[in-house]
Design a protein around this ligand. Sequence first.
Ligand SMILES: C[S@@+](CC[C@H](N)C(=O)[O-])C[C@H]1O[C@@H](n2cnc3c(N)ncnc32)[C@H](O)[C@@H]1O
Length: 252
Amino acid sequence: MTTITKNQTTIVMKPIFKLGTLKQRFWRALLSNPDSYISRKVISFSSYIEEMKWKKRLQNAGVSKVYEIFTYTNINELRALYRLASSCPQGAVALEIGSHFGASSCYISAGLAKVNGHLFCVDTWHNETMAEGEQDTFADFQKNTYGVKQQITPVRKKSDAVSTQDIKVPLNFVFIDGDHSYEAVKSDFELVQQWLAKDGIIAFHDFSNPDYEGVTRVIGEALVSGKWKIVGYVDTLVWIKPATWNKPIWVK
Ligand SMILES: C[S@@+](CC[C@H](N)C(=O)[O-])C[C@H]1O[C@@H](n2cnc3c(N)ncnc32)[C@H](O)[C@@H]1O
């Protein structure tokens, strides 16, 4: 604002246009009324851009048809898996327990591609514990993960039979989504702890889902033990780290 005094009259000149201020006002106006026409247009345009980015990321990774794969893991959770995997160190090793038709495997592999990582997928591919009943899902898994097959090693066995002969350790990232009973989740969690890298992450699916109390109980017990801490969650996906790790976690 400029003040000019002329013939004892003070003229206050308000700036008509000031770039920084205008930008700030625009965003303030936008955020103060998210229901306005312009806000809705801007929000839908940014969502469109975001969707295009995801399409490109998945296309580049070779899994453009991942949207067609049947899964109980929702889109926010799948994208969080991608981000967790892409935030791993170079040459990272990841392990997934419970791959089903390969939806989460595709997202994790796509993320790992950013850091030249590798994913070990453990599943019986007999669809045990699933609502649809037992069936052989391996051919579908292979077809669905074809675009990332160089980055995936399938380990077709029960998770409690997995050893370091089947996978590479230490593990930078683990995703537990197999048998959801308390005993099985506890056993999977105990199994992978011994192989976790110092700054490794363990993610669980179905935390706080009333249908799978065992998952919530295992995570609760881990936190109560004081040895683990939650570092993030998206819907029912929760990821934890050893409590000794106190650096901030950046998810790209
Ligand atoms: C919920 S699905 C996995 C979903 C997948 N992560 C996704 O997001 O699309 C659970 C999978 O665990 C497998 N499974 C069940 N019990 C298992 C066990 N003891 N060991 C290994 N895999 C098991 C089933 O065959 C099934 O494919």
